[in-house]
Design a protein around this ligand. Structure first.
Ligand code: PLP
Length: 481
């Protein structure tokens, strides 16, 4: 299996070759040359596999340059009840992504029982083990540099802690995260994890990361890399739980299901799209946004109008506060019949910046609009009031406490579903991470998993720094020993 760029101007590469990198050299994103197909016999054989065995079966189709025994060892070490046993006491940790039935034909698939209580652990934990494996083989090292306002940074740190050949330098805005988020990250004592609290906002931290990454000589000399959401390894790992959820919600492979996905960077639902392209019987992929509704607008109108930071709202489902969905380009590549020149044309306008009057592109009166239905997407949006109402209703009717992102997914999923299809709503975080909104909705504290009780009291390890790129570079250099 080789991987090609969505912009059509980069040499084809193997899974391992693209694993540690980011964008393709032509600025595009990597995708398989062709999606591997899953036969009916395979679906039948996969139905009763454990999560780790299913992950091995699915990923074997993508990571064809990793020897089978090695891949098997990596997934077996990743998807264990110990790693994914941080969720609710009544969850079945051995299932890794257990399905919770709310009512006839309506389910929540728990993806947030990993170490940081958010679905990013599903892929990031695998990435940590894949990186360690690939680096050891190449006798290489990697220094991961990133900026976070919460979820992604902590998932990366918990995945990379203690890994040989890897160091993490994670920038966060000093004093801007919740006490819980700070404790989650800063209490890690592993010597290869470096938390750097920047005196400034998230954007300042992000700019520092960009400045270091744009210094190509420094970047190469110091082996700097990233783990952002366009990483193909992350997307491929996420494909697995669509298969797992499908098998858990159905009795036979003749049935179809709908998935509802709280979306930001389009990484999660992109994996669902690929699972469907492989032949998994998904009848409907429901994309849910919050008030930042760029993607909902596209699927309803054909207009893609990414917004700048000035028009990106801060909401109570903050991990979806994104106005330029980085993985969306992967879907558009398929939508335009894998025409790299068309993607280049569209993204030259995306990169130039769209305004309300001049969208980046509009497919309404093109053949692409007629092609869109065959990808089975539906979409909708959710507001703060919708979130509160959904959290309250699910708590009162079923005694299940959901977080704000999952609430967006449920609201839109219930609204958009075709009644003939079982609906699987992906849970992307646990409510413990968003206590303020839970208090507002329910007038009580969220349940907190035992592994997280009292983490605010643990000693913290963090370097406070001004937003100064020179200081950041010398800090990195001083900590490479
Ligand atoms: C990252 C995240 C999302 C959005 O997922 P994408 O892959 O970016 O679409 C939704 N909910 C939570 C809790 C997240 O952390």
């Amino acid at each position: 299996m080789k991987y090609i760029s969505t912009r059509g101007n980069a040499p084809a590469k193997t899974f391992t070759e693209i694993l540690l990198g980011g964008l393709a050299p032509d600025g595009g994103l990597y995708l398989p040359e062709q999606y591997p197909q899953v036969t009916r016999e395979e679906l039948d054989a996969w139905r009763n596999l454990s999560y780790a065995d299913l992950a091995f079966a699915v990923l074997s189709k993508f990571a064809t340059d990793i020897p089978a025994a090695d891949l098997k060892a990596i997934v077996s070490k990743t998807y264990t009840a110990e790693v994914y046993g941080n969720g609710r006491p009544d969850s079945n940790a051995a299932d890794i992504t257990p399905l919770r039935k709310l009512s006839e034909g309506v389910f929540i698939q728990e993806l947030s029982n990993g170490p940081t209580l958010a679905f990013k652990d599903m892929a990031m934990q695998l990435l940590g083990n894949l990186f360690e494996y690939a680096l050891a083989k190449q006798n290489e090292e990697l220094n991961i540099l990133g900026a976070t306002s919460g979820d992604t940074g902590s998932a990366a740190e918990y995945a990379m802690r203690g890994k040989r050949g890897i160091r993490v330098f994670m920038l966060s805005p000093n004093g801007k995260m919740s006490a819980f988020q700070r404790a989650q990250m800063y209490s890690l004592q592993d010597p290869n994890i470096h938390n750097i609290a920047i005196n400034g906002f998230f954007d300042d931290a992000q700019d520092m990361v960009k400045a270091v990454s744009n210094d190509h000589a420094y970047k190469a000399a110091h082996k700097i890399g990233t783990v952002n959401s366009i990483n193909w390894g992350r997307v491929s790992a996420q494909i697995v739980y669509y298969f797992k959820g499908y098998f858990a919600a159905t009795k036979s492979n003749d049935e179809q299901v709908a998935f509802s996905v709280p979306s930001g960077n389009f990484g999660n639902i992109c994996a669902g799209h690929i699972a469907r392209m492989m032949g998994l019987p998904i009848g409907q992929l429901i994309l849910a946004t919050n008030e930042n509704d760029v993607l909902d607008e596209f699927f309803r109108t054909g207009i893609y109008r990414p917004r700048g930071t000035a028009h990106t709202y801060e909401t109570s489902s903050p991990s979806m506060d994104i106005s330029k969905a980085s993985n969306f380009e992967r879907f558009v590549f398929d939508l335009v019949g894998r025409d790299g020149a068309k993607v280049r044309e569209f993204w030259s306008k995306v990169d130039a910046g769209a305004t309300p009057d001049a969208p980046a592109f509009d497919i309404k009166h093109t053949p692409y609009w007629d092609a869109l239905p065959k990808f089975h997407f539906s979409s909708g949006k959710s507001s703060h009031q919708d979130r509160l109402k959904t959290i309250r209703e699910i708590w009162e009717e079923y005694g299940v406490m959901i977080d704000t992102h999952t609430a967006d997914g449920l609201k839109v999923g219930l609204e958009q579903r075709r009644p003939s299809l079982p609906l699987i709503c992906l849970e992307t975080a646990l409510p413990a991470k968003f206590a303020e909104t839970i208090r507002e909705a329910l007038g009580r504290e969220p349940e907190r998993p035992e592994s997280m009780v009292g983490i605010e009291d643990l000693p913290q390890r963090v370097e406070v720094m001004d937003a100064d790129v020179v200081k950041l570079k010398s800090y990195i250099s001083a900590n490479l020993g």
